[in-house]
Design a protein around this ligand. Structure first.
Ligand code: NAD
Length: 383
């Protein structure tokens, strides 16, 4: 089985789906690997390093699609921004694909892949169960985004995050407020705490309180007629309008006393909830910073502009969606590991590509099986 590694066509995407180290692991599984020339350049991996690891380096995406039995990449196949040609047009009949796919948002793409009778597995559809953790690309990426959000915030803030008493004067620790304490939020808490900030956090799922506190942050309590944002299988669900109004008030109050706000609140498959209103931004101190990790899903702050840093009422609002590409090396290493772990799981002990649709993990991730749509999967634990 020949695994083909593509260079991402989105010009802002610097990650790659295989690294020289992951190529070595693929070869040990008895597979062959072909890498498009320049595929790893954005993440710092040169063609020569892939060749040294045992991959063949091919000159073009066409050559990779032509030869590979299984194509691996980061972003869902998309139209090439300069040539206008859709990546999926290059696919061969019955080819296999592993990448992020977001099938709910990419119905036309799924149809296009189905027309080629492809088998496609979505890295964004790993069931969130303990056994699947080593394949959990979303958690691996969220963890990096949360860390990077703090780095971005610290850069914009222009002061140190930790408090200090020096001969030249006293510096107060920064007050950091994290909204949404999922994987990214918890990573942001950890990074901000390690830089010495005082951190508080809020989430509509009260169960995260313990995790927030174990990271050394204070959990902001909120009681609204018994309603919570905890949905099926522990995932967040949309809250009522009345809850959201009250939550915006609460968040506005906490933004006023914060120097840095990192907001990560998402509901699977939905537009991000608007939690920081323009009024809340008006109330913030000049020079404070908001990093909106929900910018790709519409943003948690009313004034966020996707892929821009803007300033309103003296508050810097960062809505960049390429934070993972700003840490492309580490993000690629971890993403590539989750891909190899998945391939290893599929190959099994016999080392033969045979999907096991009885297995909750594989069934959850298979969007297309030889052109047949298998998504969404039946289990409630799977998004
Ligand atoms: P996410 O990125 O979808 O959402 C981020 C956070 O936003 C969630 O914690 C959510 O509760 C919160 N949120 C949603 N609406 C909100 C609102 N109105 N106000 C404030 N916060 C709001 O979530 P995620 O980080 O991908 O994962 C969420 C949880 O899933 C994790 O905390 C964890 O408990 C669980 N999980 C389990 C596994 C596993 O068992 N293998 C793996 C990953 C995650």
């Amino acid at each position: 089985l020949l695994v083909g590694v593509l260079k991402e066509v989105d010009p802002r995407e610097k990650r790659v789906a295989a690294t020289p180290a992951s190529v070595e692991r693929l070869l040990k599984l008895g597979l062959e690997v072909a890498v498009e020339s320049g595929a790893g350049a954005g993440a710092g991996f040169e063609d020569a390093a892939y060749a040294e690891a045992g991959a063949r380096v091919l000159p073009s995406a066409e050559a990779v699609w032509q030869e590979a039995d299984l194509v691996i990449k980061v972003r869902p196949p998309m139209e090439h921004p300069t040539t206008g040609r859709h990546e999926a047009e290059l696919a061969r009949k019955k080819q296999r694909l592993i990448s992020f796919l977001w099938p709910a948002q990419n119905k036309a793409l799924v149809e296009q892949l189905a027309a080629h009778e492809m088998t496609a597995l979505a890295m964004d559809a790993v069931p969130r169960i303990t056994r699947a953790q080593k394949l959990d690309a979303l958690s691996a990426m969220s963890n990096i985004s949360g860390y990077r959000a703090v780095v971005e915030a610290a850069f914009g803030y222009g002061r140190s995050l930790g408090g200090q008493v020096t001969a030249a004067g006293r510096v107060k620790p920064a007050q950091v407020f994290v909204i949404g304490a999922g994987v990214a939020g918890l990573a942001a808490i950890g990074a901000a705490r390690s830089l010495g900030a005082q951190v508080k956090a809020f989430d509509t799922r009260p169960v995260v309180r313990e995790q927030v506190e174990s990271m050394g942050a204070q959990f902001v309590p909120f009681e609204f007629s018994g309603e919570t944002g905890e949905g099926k299988g522990g995932y967040a669900k949309e809250v009522s309008e009345a809850y959201l109004d009250a939550e915006q008030q609460l968040i506005g109050d906490h933004c006023r006393t914060s120097d840095i706000v990192i907001t990560t609140a998402l509901i699977p498959g939905k537009k991000a909830p608007e939690l920081i209103t323009s009024g809340a931004v008006v109330g913030m101190r000049r020079g404070s910073v908001i990093v909106d990790l929900a910018a790709e899903q519409g943003g948690n702050c009313a004034l966020t502009e996707r892929d821009k840093t803007v300033e309103h009422y003296g508050v810097i609002i960062n809505g960049h969606t390429d934070l993972l590409s700003r840490m492309a090396l580490q993000a690629s290493e971890l993403y590539a590991n989750t891909i190899v772990n998945l391939i290893e799981e599929i190959l099994g002990k016999e080392r033969v590509w045979r999907l096991n649709l009885e297995d909750e993990i594989q069934r959850g991730m298979v969007v297309l099986h030889e052109g047949k749509l298998l998504w969404p999967p039946p289990s409630p634990t799977i998004r």
